[in-house]
Design a protein around this ligand. Structure first.
Ligand code: HDD
Length: 704
């Protein structure tokens, strides 16, 4: 594998391997699946132009047969997803004391990755922006074999034991009698289940937070959720929790935006991922680890490391940054790659091991098992996107879709007819080396029983911790989300049950939610412990990329002052923002000086919800036209409602006045950009001189 900083991803091992599977049809002639050239693919073979079709038409039969079987079962959860290729590279060798895995310890190694992001509840064709958990699954094609980190964008899970997963998913999915609602958790069966299962309370409050409506996959965290182990060459284990932090910061939609986007552009997150990569704004994430010595397993009050409904607060165990992942290439074919990729939580490499988390253990079975139906047999690891770059040699053969041709007579071990091959390389090892997996020698002892540990019993403290750690606006959004979701639940007893749970988390939250859903305010419940973890608030992760990759709409009309628009556009593009000039219709507008200004899109084919900021061009005649245009007035009013920066050039302020928006700050000096966080304030419009444009800090402050 190349170690060159400027490595062309085409040259990395996985891409070379995929090249063997890529089929370029450019300049080729049409054939059947048997390679036979065809003379006509538009007309069935018939007995006379108006006569019956003939069964001997092998091209017709094959074409229809192939079409009839184009679909495979969608994933039972996480069916809707989008994916990208990229690489991971560790910063240094610091982890070598903890693990034998070179992909984490060799800073000269760039490991190819394929990452699939997903929603959980909806079907393959559902919208990108429901209130839902997002999957964040990474396949590392390491030289020692595939490691799959199959995580989510929330650090905890609904249930503590995987045996409850079918119940959880049945309750979450569309209801069985009428298949409604699609891609939404706001319905009776979900809230019936979770209110009867208090261990869900911590994950639920995350689900009610803005984390459940990420603005883009580029601005979303990822978590391995479970506690895993790193294992070093002496066989010593260290507990580890995996964290992905987006370099662009953690940014979410607001709920009204999310719902509107579902209609305006159901592919919103998918499109963003695709277009960002095509535009060279590569999504980047830092991998960070929380490392906990084996001897500290019981050092945390109220936290059992085997309980996936708990976090280990960063204030207790800081995150050690270990490397960087960059997604820099879109898949060539959605089905072949994004649909056929098979993540298995059991895919680990030497140096990474499991703990006894009962949620994790059920997953170890489920992922392998589900692929058999989904991908049609046991040879799914041979599908190009799933193939390791490490060599695969064993006696596991035959079955549907065997792509390899295993040579030789001996397909068993031990053998002498095949020279004893493939031989077992690590026989006798008591600790892993980088090429040989040796399971951690954990000592286990216990009576068989279906009992849950007492240490898993606290279901509220960390929900309270999360609530306490939110900023005022995050709290508002959470309370509103509970109200929205529970307001769609018909049986009142379920609403009441939920208010009782909320009362165990925080009394004020319970009273606020109750007031919105027709439930009586409860008496004070469990006292709030008052602890906070500042790292849990989105406001702690603003990101460092400023306007890069942000989408800005500039509204123009005939008579626009082109110099102001050009200056703003230029400055935004210099910061790698994405700029769309929007006119009343597509094509071009005439400018104040009599020229023409090209328009990227017509205003009514898009909407402010698809942008991060909206600017209004200047020019007398243009301002009059925009003021008279209901679509333009709505555009700025809605952007304001969603707390987005409004940038107004010159007399463009007339549009803002027409929308009756309050004005809080006027900047008429070049480059003097107000820094008031509009998201929090919800009370203003920014005016800029024609040649002023927002700098990085501006967007950082208004992100949420
Ligand atoms: Fe799961 C898919 C994440 C618990 C059973 N899961 C799936 C995907 C992600 C997760 C990201 C999509 C992978 C892809 O893009 O193809 N799942 C999680 C996380 C969990 C979790 C972070 C808790 C910490 N899952 C979980 C449990 C079970 C499953 C407890 C079963 C006992 N998950 C599955 C599955 C899926 C799946 C049925 C459906 C498609 C697939 O595996 O390949 O096996």
């Amino acid at each position: 594998m190349s170690t060159d900083e400027d490595l062309d991803i085409e040259l990395d091992d996985k891409q070379l391997q995929l090249d063997l599977a890529r089929v370029d049809k450019t300049g080729t002639a049409l054939t059947t699946d048997q390679g036979i050239g065809v003379d006509d693919t538009d007309n069935t073979l018939r007995a006379g132009p108006r006569g019956p079709s003939l069964l001997e038409d092998f091209h017709l039969r094959e074409k229809i047969m192939r079409f009839d079987h184009e679909r495979i079962p969608e994933r039972v959860v996480h069916a809707r997803g989008s994916a990208a290729h990229g690489y991971f590279q560790p910063y240094d060798a610091a982890l070598a004391q903890y693990t034998v895995a070179p992909f984490l310890t060799d800073p000269d190694t760039r490991t190819p990755v394929f990452v699939r992001f997903s929603t959980v509840q909806g079907s393959r064709g559902s919208t990108d922006t429901p209130r839902d958990v997002r999957g964040f699954a990474t396949k590392f094609y390491t030289a020692q074999g595939n490691f799959d980190l199959v995580g989510n964008n929330m650090p905890v899970f609904f249930i503590q034991d995987g045996i409850k997963f079918p119940d959880l998913v049945h309750a979450l999915k569309p209801e069985p009698h009428h298949e409604m609602p699609q891609a939404a958790s706001a319905h009776d069966t979900f809230w019936d289940f979770v209110t009867l299962q208090p261990e869900t309370m911590h994950h639920l409050i995350w689900l009610m937070s803005d984390r459940a409506i990420p603005r883009s996959y580029r601005t979303m965290q990822g978590f391995g959720v479970h506690t895993f182990r790193l294992v070093n060459a002496e066989g010593r284990s260290t507990f580890v929790k995996f964290h992905w932090t987006p370099v662009a910061g953690v940014h979410s939609l607001v709920w009204d935006e999310a719902q509107k986007i579902s209609g305006k552009d159901p592919d919103f997150n998918r499109r963003d991922l695709w277009e960002s990569i095509e535009g060279g704004v590569f999504p980047e994430y830092e991998l960070g680890l929380q490392l906990i010595a084996e001897s500290d397993e019981f050092a945390f009050d109220e936290i059992d490391l085997l309980d996936s409904t708990k976090i280990v607060p960063e204030e207790a165990v800081p995150i050690t940054p270990v490397g960087r992942m960059v997604l820099d290439r879109n898949p060539d074919n959605f089905f072949a790659e994004t649909e056929q990729v098979a993540f298995c939580i059991g895919n680990v490499v030497p140096g990474i091991d499991f703990t006894d988390d009962p949620l994790l253990h059920a997953r170890l079975f489920s992922y392998l098992d589900t692929q058999l139906t989904r991908l049609g047999g046991p040879n799914f690891p041979q599908i190009p996107i799933n193939r390791p770059v490490a060599p695969v040699r064993n006696h596991q053969q035959d079955g549907f879709h065997q792509d390899d041709i295993p040579l030789g007579q001996a397909n068993y071990h031990p053998n002498s007819l095949g020279g004893g091959c493939p031989f077992v390389p690590g026989a006798g090892l008591t600790a892993p080396d980088q090429n040989t997996y040796v399971h951690f020698r954990e000592q286990v002892d216990g009576h068989k029983s279906r009992k849950r540990s007492e240490t898993f019993a606290d279901h509220y403290s960390q929900a309270t911790l999360f609530w306490n750690s939110m900023s005022a606006w995050e709290k508002e959004h959470i309370a509103a989300a509970y109200q929205f979701e529970l307001g769609k639940v018909a049986p009142m007893h379920i609403r009441e049950r939920m208010v009782e749970h909320l009362n165990q988390i925080d009394h004020t939250l319970a009273v606020t939610v109750a007031a919105g859903i027709g439930v009586a305010a409860p008496e004070p419940g469990r006292p709030n412990h008052g602890r906070i973890s500042p790292a849990l608030s989105q406001t702690s992760m603003p990101g460092s990329t400023g306007v890069r990759g942000r989408k800005v709409a500039i509204l123009v009309a005939d008579g626009v002052d082109e110099t102001g628009v050009a200056a703003l556009r230029e400055r935004l593009l210099a910061g790698q923002a994405v700029v769309d000039v929007l006119g009343p219709v597509d094509g071009a507008v005439t400018t104040a000086s009599g020229g023409t200004l090209p328009v990227d899109k017509a205003m009514n084919t898009v909407a402010s919800v698809l942008y991060d900021a909206v600017a209004v061009g200047g020019g007398d005649a243009a301002a009059d036209l925009l003021v008279a245009d209901g679509v333009a007035v709505h555009f700025v009013a809605e952007a304001y409602k969603h707390a987005k920066p409004l940038i107004v050039l010159g007399v463009g302020d007339r549009l803002v006045q027409a929308a009756r928006l309050p004005v809080y700050e006027v900047s008429d000096r070049t480059g003097d950009v107000p820094s008031k966080p509009m998201a929090a304030a919800l009370d203003g419009v920014v005016f800029l001189a024609p040649d002023a444009a927002p700098d990085a800090g501006f967007f950082t402050e208004v992100q949420d």
